[in-house]
Ligand binder design. Structure first.
Ligand code: AVI
Length: 319
């Protein structure tokens, strides 16, 4: 395994390469995963508690209300594979409802974070075996080959993180998950549903300014880690609806014509030009079903809230 310093160095190089590539494009863009440095992750936690940002509390309520049905759906002696290990409360709701679960396999690229959440789950559920896997779940990776044979496998992907993947990543992800769970497998996936545009835009440009701080933090990160001179206060956060991709987009808009230097390179902005920092796709129940069907799944259950803001999809592997 890489030691901490070389892991950080590798990470910094990848960040620099993505920033240079993204800001060199005619339409400037940055991969959204770079929003999550320590400060970004902290601000994201704050977002989940903001009144205008409905997804987290809505999904948590759906999980609480339907945990018993979800447990039946997963079956007895289940192995649960969670893609991304960050959703502590949601994970605990599902695991707590399962009947004699066999094993929990959290998958996350952040080794320290993964270890901490695996330890916490182990303490909360002392009878449950926990087998963390360090991997980037948006790429190909293998599960340990000695997972239990009895009991079904369920892939768990809450949080509507699926909405942050592009079309190609979403398809590969659903196909990979299908392979991981095998013939009799299941999946429980949280996805945010299409709704009126003002509600969507408010969720991504909240009145408390927390999402704006989250978005702008990527510029602070660029200045700190890549020796940049971007005047953060001369950029503003913006949320836009993109009908074609059915996504809310976050952008950072430059207020002025300016040239900035990052990692020794110059990048020019026209006043009003933006950097696209994230897309958050919103699904219809039918649209999600069609996508899942194209990736080897069938929608069996749709657990949703009364206002149908958010859905937890129960998928069955098609054989
Ligand atoms: C992590 N992800 C599901 C969030 C979302 O809603 O797309 C990220 C986020 N960006 C701004 N607010 C929340």
């Amino acid at each position: 395994m890489l030691d901490r310093t070389s892991a950080e160095e590798t990470q910094r190089h990848a960040f620099q390469a993505d920033v240079i590539e993204g800001l060199s494009k005619a339409r400037k863009t940055l991969p959204s995963r770079w929003l999550y440095d320590d400060r970004g992750s902290e601000i994201f936690e704050e977002i989940t508690a903001v009144e205008d940002y409905y997804p987290t509390r809505t999904e948590t309520a759906i999980l609480r209300e339907h945990a018993g049905d979800m447990a039946s759906f997963c079956g007895e002696r289940a192995t649960v594979i969670e893609y991304g290990a960050g959703a502590s409360v949601k994970t605990e709701i599902l695991l707590g409802a399962l009947r004699s679960p066999e094993l929990y396999v959290p998958v996350d690229i952040a080794g320290d974070f993964l270890k901490a959440s695996a330890r916490r789950i182990g303490e909360t559920f002392p009878d449950l075996a926990v087998r963390p896997v360090v991997a980037d779940f948006t790429g190909d990776f293998e599960l340990p080959d000695d997972l239990p044979e009895d009991g079904r496998r369920t892939g768990f992907f809450p949080g509507s993180t699926i909405g942050n993947l592009d079309r190609h990543e979403t398809v590969s992800f659903l196909e990979r998950m299908r392979e991981h769970v095998g013939g009799d497998g299941r999946a429980v996936i949280g996805a945010d549903l299409k709704k009126d545009i003002p509600t969507l835009l408010r969720a991504y440009d909240d009145s408390e300014g927390v999402t704006a701080a989250f978005d702008l933090n990527i510029l602070t990160r660029i200045n700190r880690e890549l020796d940049g001179d971007v005047p953060v206060e001369r950029f503003v956060h913006e949320a836009r609806w993109n009908e074609e991709s059915s996504a809310v987009e976050m952008h950072l808009r430059s207020l002025d014509d300016r040239t900035v230097t990052i990692a020794g390179r110059s990048f020019s902005f026209a006043a009003g030009e933006t950097i696209h920092t994230e897309s958050s796709r919103k699904y219809s129940v039918d649209g999600f079903g069609e996508l899942a069907a194209a990736c080897g799944w069938q929608v069996s259950e749709v657990w949703t809230d009364e206002a149908r803001r958010f859905a937890e999809f129960g998928l069955v592997a098609r054989t």
